[in-house]
Design a binder for this molecule. Structure first.
Ligand SMILES: *[C@@H]1O[C@H](CO)[C@@H](O)[C@H](O)[C@H]1NC(C)=O
Ligand SMILES: *[C@@H]1O[C@H](CO)[C@@H](O)[C@H](O)[C@H]1NC(C)=O
Ligand SMILES: *[C@@H]1O[C@H](CO)[C@@H](O)[C@H](O)[C@H]1NC(C)=O
Ligand SMILES: *[C@@H]1O[C@H](CO)[C@@H](O)[C@H](O)[C@H]1NC(C)=O
Ligand SMILES: *[C@@H]1O[C@H](CO)[C@@H](O)[C@H](O)[C@H]1NC(C)=O
Length: 367
């Protein structure tokens, strides 16, 4: 009776209880029974932490255009397999589900398993590179300090801020590729959907750290480079319509080459019924996969994507203490503010501070 995947969809429980309590006229008995029912679900549901067998790898092939960098990575192993120094690796804070159970059971490896490379993906012809996107690549270069920043694109961006990127970022490598246009026989209409697929292909074949162009890197990712796979939650303080309590945000992914979690995720696309399922496959399914395969993925709750969307004010109106963050997700295109080198000079907000630290090398106001 209690064998539900209830931690995946806590909203269902809440809905049931609200419906039943609202119909008080059906009698006290109904209320008591519903409480017992919920209690039973909460006590029993989320206890099954076994690692399932991972399906066979047949589909994730790196496109021929990227083979060049693939071979280069193979030749140059960098620090993969090296033991991190103690002060590099600290035990990250465990993330617990709303039921108080640990969400992830992936132990850290003794050596680095994720190469220190950052990937960006860019799709579209004659698209302007914006100031906040300059900040993203500069912050990666200055603060994350990867060995290489791979910029995978079908066309290069245009505009003055792109010129600045090419001037300043010495470790930038531009890789021209054709984006995937279908998966398992289904066409991918939207650029964002193509990029969702391509980042899985990239990370599975090369490993590394993937950033959307509205991510600011704030410090080294070495602490996370000892996990085969790391995802960050989009943190919501309560149930969100259709999402339960959580979503993975695929704007930041950290993966070792061949990470099993990516393979499992990839295979769920076999079930995609139409392009409208984009959001379900990029963010909701990977969250349910954490519950199904807690041994395959390390979860960061608030250090990658928090402040999340519903809490814009912490980024753009207040001063949030981001000292524990590896990165900051700007959700920029959803925010009405538009920023440039002038209006960040005395901007007394979280974004203002971080933007100055990247562009002016100081968190203080500048003249
Ligand atoms: C994966 O599939 C290939 C070809 O279908 C097969 O040869 C191989 O044995 C499979 N590997 C595993 C681990 O099942
Ligand atoms: C990480 O992945 C590698 C390759 O798939 C595997 O051999 C290793 O056991 C994994 N490590 C952990 C801690 O799961
Ligand atoms: C596809 O959906 C079916 C039915 O919901 C499920 O049994 C199966 O595990 C799914 N396959 C993958 C790869 O997610
Ligand atoms: C910035 O804002 C904080 C409160 O959000 C305030 O305490 C501080 O005085 C402000 N700093 C300046 C220089 O205006
Ligand atoms: C930022 O300033 C520090 C000293 O305050 C200096 O060591 C560092 O090189 C500067 N970074 C850049 C990118 O100019």
């Amino acid at each position: 009776m209690c064998d539900f995947e209830i931690q995946v969809k806590p909203r269902i429980v809440l809905n049931i209880s609200i419906t039943l309590v609202d119909k008080r006229h059906l009698g006290v008995l109904t209320v008591i029974m519903s409480l017992m029912f919920i209690g039973c679900l909460i006590v029993e549901a989320p206890d099954k932490y076994t690692m399932k067998t991972v399906s066979n790898i047949t589909e994730i092939k790196v496109p021929p255009e990227t083979l060049g960098i693939y071979l280069e990575e193979q030749a140059n192993k960098r620090d993969i397999g090296k033991t991190p120094t103690k002060d590099h690796v600290k035990e990250p804070k465990k993330v617990f589900s709303i039921y108080g159970k640990p969400m992830s059971l992936l132990p850290p490896s003794k050596t680095y398993v994720v190469p220190n490379i950052v990937h960006y993906i860019w799709i579209g012809k004659n698209h302007n590179w914006k100031f906040y996107q300059l900040l993203s690549v500069l912050s990666t270069y200055y603060f994350v300090k990867p060995d290489v920043i791979y910029f995978h694109c079908d066309y290069e961006p245009i505009g003055k801020w792109w010129k600045v990127v090419k001037q300043k970022v010495k470790t930038l490598k531009i890789v021209r590729i054709n984006m995937p246009t279908s998966i398992f026989g289904r066409l991918l209409w939207q650029s964002s959907h193509r990029a969702d697929i391509y980042r899985i292909i990239l990370l599975y074949n090369l490993g590394g750290i993937y950033f959307d162009t509205d991510i600011l890197g704030l410090k080294s990712f070495n602490d996370l480079r000892v996990y085969n796979m790391t995802v960050g939650l989009e943190y919501h303080p309560g149930p969100v319509q259709g999402h339960g309590y959580g979503r993975v945000n695929n704007g930041i992914l950290v993966a070792a080459k061949g990470a099993d979690y990516l393979n499992v995720w990839w295979n769920t696309y076999k079930n995609m019924s139409s392009w409208t399922e984009h959001d379900r496959h990029c963010c909701i399914i990977p969250y349910t996969l954490i519950q199904q395969h807690p041994g395959l993925v390390h979860v960061e709750e608030k250090t990658l994507n928090y402040p999340s969307g519903p809490e814009y004010h912490l980024l753009y109106k207040e001063l949030y203490d981001y000292s524990k963050n590896y990165a900051m997700h700007l959700w920029y295109e959803n925010w009405k503010g538009k920023y440039n080198p002038d209006n960040i000079k005395k901007l007394n907000t979280t974004f203002g501070r971080v933007a100055r630290s990247i562009y002016y090398n100081t968190t203080d106001f500048v003249d």
